[in-house]
Design a protein around this ligand. Structure first.
Ligand code: SF4
Length: 342
């Protein structure tokens, strides 16, 4: 099997880019494209929606005033290394900050990659798990990062066994791109590692375009579903990738057909160098409203944004938020109102 593409030179050699202007992008943001994703890219199409997600672009060097390094405010809610405790009943556990691919629109792009926050040391992981054990209000742990499925089945099993010992914890959720971008990694050992006595394991699968559902990806999702892992989706609404009703409808139907319940459709976050991916909230609302009439209720995602500053998620479907004077007002889960650019 060939290696992942991780340099501008390798991108050019693979015929995926002319490399112009990309050295400065590569100096700032990590690059990785797995062989499975490279094989999906139509290099003859300058607007290919798969390439747009993974092949770096000189537009990433443009940072707009509203963009910020920590767009969803992880750092302001981190009591110990690797833990984000934003809501009472759940925490993020960020064991790794490495991914098999680096999405060009990533909301944690300043934290992931070889120059990012790295992997928790054994001592840090001990402290993170001790934090969860010490907080009886924590019902759910969400392993995210980075992509936790870059860990070996042995390390995943070790984490699951330690979480299984925490009585008050009931749900373990993984956020991952792996079943789609490196499906062969999801083998029997990995599926078995997700089982933990007394816990229910959810896996939120990140995919943004129906073409990502290759035969290999479908087989990986089937292994997970057959292995007892509950699958939900997460997608990002992205200019030039899925900002039309036909693509979104096909994407959501592909999730459902592969036993993945549509869960979140994220408005793109205000991450640095990502303005070429963003569309307006009103346009997003129109797309989501159009989906209602097109596809089954089973296939409807919830349209959300993460409120900058770490205030959590807000639903932003047309009926959920208010506009006026050029800005939207979004309400956080504690009833606080926040202004958000249109
Ligand atoms: S897989 Fe997730 S964390 Fe990794 S680069 Fe993509 S969006 Fe970011």
């Amino acid at each position: 099997m060939s290696a992942a593409i991780k340099t501008v030179e390798a991108l050019v050699d693979a015929g995926l880019s002319d490399g112009v202007g990309l050295d400065a992008v590569a100096a700032r943001y990590a690059i990785a494209i797995t062989p499975d994703v490279a094989a999906l890219i139509d290099a003859a199409d300058p607007d290919d929606p798969i390439a747009r997600q993974f092949v770096p672009d000189a537009a990433e060097l443009v940072t707009t005033p509203e963009e910020r390094a920590d767009p969803i405010g992880d750092l302001s809610h981190s009591p110990v290394e690797g833990i984000v405790h934003r809501y009472p009943d759940r925490v993020l556990l960020k064991a790794v900050h490495v991914c098999p691919v680096y999405c060009r629109f990533c909301f944690r792009r300043e934290m992931v990659g070889p120059q990012g926050l790295g992997t928790l040391t054994a001592t840090e992981l001990d402290a993170a798990i001790a934090y969860i054990a010490d907080h009886a209000e924590i019902w759910e742990v969400i392993l995210t990062g980075g992509d936790p499925l870059v860990l070996s089945p042995r390390r995943l099993r070790d984490i699951m066994e330690r979480l299984a010992d925490i009585e008050h914890l009931k749900i373990v959720r993984f956020h991952t791109r792996v079943p789609v971008v490196e499906p062969d990694r999801v083998d029997g050992d990995m599926v078995a590692a997700f089982k933990a006595s007394g816990k229910t394991t959810y896996l939120a699968v990140h995919a943004n375009h129906p073409r990502e559902f290759t035969p290999q990806a479908k087989a990986a999702l089937a292994r997970l579903a057959d292995g007892g892992v509950v699958l939900v989706s997460q997608s990002v609404l992205l200019r030039g990738v899925n900002d039309d009703v036909d693509t979104l409808a096909d994407l959501m139907k592909a999730f459902v057909e592969n036993r993945v319940k549509p869960y979140y459709l994220h408005h793109p976050d205000l991450a640095p160098g990502t303005s070429h991916f963003r569309l307006g909230i009103e346009e997003g609302q129109q797309l989501v409203s159009a989906l209602r009439g097109r596809i089954s209720g089973l296939a409807q995602p919830t349209y959300v944004l993460d409120i900058p500053g770490g205030h959590g998620k807000a639903e932003i479907g047309a009926s959920a938020i208010s506009g006026g004077d050029g800005c939207f007002t979004v309400r956080d889960w504690q009833g606080g109102d926040h202004r958000y650019p249109p």
